[in-house]
Design a protein around this ligand. Structure first.
Ligand code: NAD
Ligand code: UDP
Length: 339
C-alpha cells in the first residue's frame, strides 16, 4: 500500500509522513515547495532511515498531477497541500480559491482515472459558525468569515458530493484545531516564511530574539484571563489522527467528518507562561487591541474522534511548548540550519 501525501514537506504533512513510514506504510510525497523546504526530505530520512519518493509538483497542473498516479501505485491520498494564511486569503481570494480548490479537483480527477477511492482531507475548525456554545461538535452550523475558511468549506461540500456520486469513494475530512509542537528529534517543526501569523511560531521567534516582544491581541474577552482561548494539539497527535483516519476508511464510511483537537482550551497568557517554564526564556509581551475577526474561545468536542476513530490526544501543553522550543532552538534559520 502506498499513500500519496500532498504537501508532505510542510508542517503537518512531514510529521504525518514520518508516522506513516514508522507504521511500515510506503509514502509518496508531492509538494511544490511554495511553503516548504526540500531539506525537510533529508530530515524525514534522518528520522526514519527511509527516503520517500518525492515529486516536486504543483497540483494546479493536472497533467503533472496525473503523472504521479501513473508512476506510483497509490491506494490512498492524504491531502495537506494548500495555502493557509487567513489574512493573505482576504487580500488574495482568487489565488486562495484557485490553489486550494483546483489542486483538490485535479487530485479527484486523477483519483477517478486511476481508481483510487480513499481520501483524507485537511479541513479546519475555522469552517464552524462563530458560536458561544463550546465545545464545537461536528453537527454544529457552519459559516466562515474569510476566503481561506470558505475554501475548506467548499472542498468539504465537493468531497461530500463525490461520495454521493460514487458509493465506493471514502473521505475523512478532519477538522484540525490549533496544531503546535514539533518532532521529538528537533529535526521537524513549524517553519513559516516571513512574519508568523500564529501564536506559537511568534512566541518561539521572540524566544530566539527575532522579535522584541509578543503582541497579545486583546485582554478584554469573556475568558478566564481576558485573552483568547484555543484548543492546541500536538502535531504528533495530529499525525496519529491521520493513521486512525486511514483505518476508518477501511470500514467504507463514505463521507466522514471529524474534529481533531484535545477538547481543552488554553488562553494566550497560559501558553506564554507554560512556554517560559519549559524553555527557561522570558517572553516579553504587550497587550494590544483585538485582532479583527478573532473570537473569544474555540475548542473541540472530541467524542466522535474517540468513538469512531479511536483517537485521543496524548501530549500535554508542556510537551507542546517544550517540543516547539526544541525545534526552534536547534533550527534558528529553519530548515537552512545545519543538522
Ligand atoms: P504548510 O504550509 O506547512 O503545508 C502545506 C504544504 O503544501 C506546503 O509544503 C506547500 O509547499 C504545499 N503546497 C501548497 N500549495 C501546493 C500546490 N498547489 N501543489 C503542491 N503543494 C502545494 O501547512 P500545514 O500547517 O502543514 O497545513 C497543512 C494543511 O492543514 C493545510 O491544508 C492547512 O490549511 C490545514 N490546516 C492547518 C492548520 C494549522 O494551523 N497549521 C489548521 C487547520 C488546517
Ligand atoms: N494571538 C496573539 N498574538 C499573536 C498571535 C495570536 O495574541 O501574535 C492570539 C490570537 O488572538 C488567538 C490565539 O493567540 O487568541 C491563537 O491565535 P492563532 O492565530 O495561533 O490561531 P487562531 O486564532 O487561528 O485559532
Amino acid at each position: 500500500m502506498a499513500v500519496l501525501v500532498t504537501g508532505g514537506l510542510g508542517y503537518i504533512g512531514s510529521h504525518t509522513a514520518v508516522a506513516l513510514i514508522e507504521k511500515g506504510i510506503k509514502v509518496v510525497i508531492c509538494d511544490d515547495l511554495s511553503n516548504s523546504d526540500i531539506n525537510a526530505l533529508d530530515r524525514i530520512f534522518k528520522i526514519t532511515n527511509v527516503r520517500p519518493k518525492f515529486h516536486k509538483t504543483d497540483l494546479k497542473d493536472y497533467k503533472k498531477t496525473e503523472l504521479i498516479f501513473k508512476r506510483n501505485s497509490i491506494d490512498a491520498v492524504i491531502h495537506f497541500a494548500g495555502y493557509k494564511a487567513v489574512g493573505e486569503s482576504v487580500e488574495k481570494p482568487v489565488m486562495y480559491y484557485e490553489n486550494n480548490l483546483l489542486s483538490t479537483l485535479n487530485l479527484l480527477k486523477a483519483m477517478k482515472k486511476f481508481n483510487v477511492k480513499n481520501f483524507v482531507f485537511s479541513s479546519s475548525a475555522t469552517v464552524y459558525k462563530v458560536s458561544d456554545i463550546m465545545p464545537l461538535k461536528e453537527n454544529f452550523p457552519l459559516a466562515q468569515t474569510n476566503p481561506y475558511g470558505r475554501s475548506k468549506y467548499f472542498i468539504e461540500e465537493i468531497l461530500h458530493d463525490v461520495c454521493i456520486s460514487d458509493k465506493n469513494m471514502n473521505v475523512a475530512a478532519l477538522r484540525y484545531f490549533n496544531p503546535i509542537g514539533a518532532h521529538k528529534s528537533g529535526l521537524l517543526g513549524e517553519n513559516p516564511n516571513g512574519i508568523p501569523n500564529n501564536l506559537m511560531p511568534f512566541i518561539t521567534k521572540v524566544a530566539i530574539g527575532k522579535f522584541d516582544k509578543l503582541k497579545v491581541f486583546g485582554n478584554d474577552y469573556p475568558t478566564k484571563d481576558g485573552t483568547g482561548v484555543r484548543d492546541y494539539i500536538h502535531v504528533l497527535d495530529l499525525a496519529k489522527g491521520h493513521i486512525c483516519a486511514l483505518e476508518k476508511l477501511k470500514e467504507k464510511p463514505g463521507f466522514f467528518v471529524c474534529n481533531l483537537g484535545t477538547g481543552k482550551g488554553y488562553s494566550v497568557l497560559e501558553i506564554v507562561k507554560e512556554f517560559e517554564k519549559q524553555s527557561g526564556v522570558e517572553i516579553p509581551y504587550e497587550i494590544t487591541k483585538r485582532r479583527p475577526g478573532d473570537i473569544a474561545e474555540c475548542y473541540a468536542d472530541c467524542e466522535k474522534a474517540e468513538k469512531e476513530l479511536g483517537f485521543k490526544a496524548e501530549y500535554s501543553l508542556a510537551d507542546m511548548c517544550r517540543d516547539s522550543w526544541n525545534f526552534q532552538k536547534n533550527n534558528p534559520e529553519g530548515y537552512k540550519s545545519v543538522q
